[in-house]
Design a protein around this ligand. Sequence first.
Ligand code: NAD
Length: 467
Amino acid sequence: MRELHHWVHGEPRSGGTPLTVYGPFDRSALAAVPLAGADVVAAAVESAKAAFAGWRQWSPADRGRLLVELSRQMRERADAFVDAEVAETGKLAAEMRGLLGMSADYFEYYGGVVRALFGETIALGPDDHAFTTREPFGPVGMITPWNGPLSQASRGIAAAVAAGNTVVIKPSEFTPGTTLMLARLASEVGFPPGVVNVVLGDGPGAGAALVGHPDIRLVAFTGSVTTGRSIARAAADRLVPAILELGGKSPNLVFEDADLDAARASALSVCVGAGQQCSALSRLIVQSSVYDSFVARVGKEMAGLVPGPQLAPMTTEAQYEKVLAYFEIAQRDGARLVTGGGTPGGDLAAGRYVQPTVYADVTPGMRIFQEEIFGPVLAVSSFADEDEAVALANDSEYGLVASVWTSDSARALRVASRLEAGQVIVNGGRTGIETPFGGYKASGLGREKGFESLYHYTQVKTTVVST
Ligand code: NAD
């Protein structure tokens, strides 16, 4: 079992009662994670504050070069990152390899585009000249969940530090390993001490202390809606902005004129990361004329995914219990089980595996239509026409992602414009780190990814000069 330490001012630091974390494959003890108290959090914030004075003076080009070098080094050490995150989260190695590439991309991308973060000039008259600059906030308090630790940390840290902020990040207590590796590597490639600090700990302890610290100037949180609400309240009390990337229950609308093979593949995307993805298209909503055959084909494909080589386990014990509870809830609410609905047993019983699961004939009154399960569970409903499709898609407190499949491009754009979601994907369009990501409604506030993110990690200063 590995004993982990916080990373403060460019070096390891101890402090806090250890929590033993048990792995997803066989529940064996993986790591002892110290749960930071307010003292460790205060030391990390102090370090970030001290580092900010110097870091903000670096030119964007110099900061950018360091980010690009960090990106390069991440790729050089890809195997170590992949192995560490697979052990903690249970992800399939191939999926994690893709996420490692994406994580490195964030540093490369923000290291480059920050040089194009310009202000405006404003003509006020012959003797008054105004211009705006985008300035960093200062120390950012960042909190991430357990489902995509490295990619979520990279997404936030890259944009924040490129823009000249410094960071104290608290990863999930269940999966802190790769965030620590990232911070250590940042120090190795030359980031000044205190630009990236990591405090390990749980939410009510270290997380709350971080958000409530008077020197934190911006909060960036990724996690559940419930925690997001409490973070938003704490940020409001201190009048600091909060970027909130929260959950989803994203609809996948399949019209009868869609390329049904491609649409079927997107339905299976609920099994990427074993469905432990905020962006999972977990509500499949199919036009009634093709409903029966489509559900049968999706069910068959899902049933063919083998837990272990093709489907990862649940990362945490609580998540495993949660998915099992939803199997009972779905039955009680009267959804029709097409496949799955249990655990695979056998050799996999020691791990946190669940079966890929499809429920059909799901109606908006059922809890599996409304609530985020965060597992390989698809809830399927049918619609008669375009209006009903849109109404069903929008019948949710969430609004993170929505997907539309149709060969009628006029309809695709019409429907996309009516969907309440921060990101709409038509016919399986590819998203990237360049495309802004974030929620409508309870799925969050603000945007990560893309150039847009740099606007959230900076504030505008207007300077007016009289000549
Ligand atoms: P969670 O809200 O329980 O925990 C997230 C983080 O917040 C953890 O680090 C946790 O320790 C911390 N935390 C918990 N209580 C806190 C408190 N009172 N104060 C400060 N910090 C606190 O979420 P989770 O179960 O770890 O993650 C799953 C959720 O994250 C899902 O809802 C998922 O949809 C969401 N998510 C969203 C995105 C996105 O980009 N929109 C990405 C991944 C996951």
